[in-house]
Design a protein around this ligand. Sequence first.
Ligand SMILES: [Zn+2]
Length: 179
Amino acid sequence: MLPWVVRRTRLPLLSLRCVDCRSESATTAEGRFRVNANSKLLDVWLLVRCVSCDRTSKLTVYERTSVRSFDPAELHGYRVNDPELVASRLLDPLLARRNRFSLDWTGAWRLDIPSGSLDQAWPVQVAVVFEDPVPVRPERLIAQGLGLSRNEVLRRIKCDVPLRRTTSAGFTFTVMAAD
Ligand SMILES: [Zn+2]
């Protein structure tokens, strides 16, 4: 089975309305946390910036949380703005739900396909693997990956998930020979 891999090329933008200029796009930019200690309770925020006017807003990661409940390595990561921690928090659906934003993956990911992959006997089986939770519509991903029209995709592809339903979970499909 051929592996296709979906992976991010940078962090996605956030669809988040700016309270100043009403723009709906924000970025984590270089990726910064702010940690605020109040006796033994900590607040942790992820800072994001409006793409239009540069206004900074704070996304709540932890609110009034006991210092002792933090893993020391993780807490250190917040203090030094660990890029991997920025990525994992930003991509955590809980943070998005809590702070009411969605991720804008436009131009922030790519599809890696092994070269010469269709030089083999039909039908061909492909397994799509997601290294990052990029939401894709299987129909569009397959059309792009194989250079087929959407109609050809509908005719030649057998897929184990609905072709038109957006997903970020791995799936497999079979490409049938062209007539
Ligand atoms: Zn703004």
